[in-house]
Design a binder for this molecule. Structure first.
Ligand SMILES: C[S@@+](CC[C@H](N)C(=O)[O-])C[C@H]1O[C@@H](n2cnc3c(N)ncnc32)[C@H](O)[C@@H]1O
Length: 209
């Protein structure tokens, strides 16, 4: 097994949003190498393929929320999607994402706050690696539902340990019970395969308000 990079550990040990942003600022240029090659990070490809199975047009307008360096955008672009936007709160991660030229638009926003994005703006939102320890809390699900049109899809990963501990499961069940979104699939599979870490990959269909 490869050694877990210190810079990854720093993102889990961050105590405040500023510390987390700083950890990603320091990691941005080495993130792809450390995660994909170093830890066997397969999350972006697995989630992109899951979403692709539900979308019926390559013209779908997609938001990659918590896009980081753009690994999800690269995977979706490779599958033929062109109308992809990217959002993250770390400028340095966004800079790397923008350089890949797979997004129509790249912008900075904090997912722990209300987003200045209109209702029903996207056919799908995808969020990989961001619902996890010390990152984005479960209230962000509500915003992803709000900005995705009814009949569209919200696709995301939740790290296994954090699923119960951070209140994600509770909020997902509440949103299902309120008919905000309907579960289509939840798959527990490889995430960082060299580290033996799995995640839940979820896809929900947004319901009429
Ligand atoms: C593990 S990375 C995942 C990046 C990318 N989705 C991937 O799969 O490679 C987590 C990302 O979430 C972003 N992030 C953390 N907290 C955030 C917040 N409150 N709002 C928006 N982005 C956030 C970080 O800047 C980082 O780019």
């Amino acid at each position: 097994m490869e050694q877990t990079p210190e810079k990854w550990v720093a993102t889990y040990e961050a105590k405040t949003p500023d510390e987390l942003a700083e950890a990603y600022r320091c990691w941005a240029r080495e993130y792809d190498r450390d995660t994909c090659e170093g830890m066997g990070y397969v999350g972006p490809g697995v989630a992109a393929r899951l979403l692709d199975r539900y979308l019926d047009s390559a013209e779908a307008k997609i938001l990659d929320a918590g896009c980081g360096t753009g690994l999800v955008g690269q995977a979706m672009r490779h599958m033929g999607y062109r109308r992809i936007e990217a959002m993250d709160y770390c400028r340095d991660m966004l800079d790397v994402a923008e350089e890949k030229r797979v997004y129509e638009n790249v912008f900075r926003a904090d997912m722990n706050r209300e987003l200045t994005i209109s209702d029903n703006a996207y056919d799908a939102t995808i969020c990989v690696g961001t619902f996890t320890y010390a990152h984005v809390g479960p209230d962000a699900f509500d915003e992803l539902v709000r900005i995705t049109r009814p009949g569209g899809y919200v696709c995301f990963t939740v790290r296994d340990g954090a699923y119960q501990e951070y209140g994600y499961r509770k909020r997902m069940l509440e949103l299902e019970a309120n008919n905000a979104f309907e579960l289509k699939e939840m798959v527990d599979t490889d995430y960082l395969h060299k580290e033996d870490v799995t995640a839940k990959y979820c896809i929900y269909e947004v319901q009429e308000a």
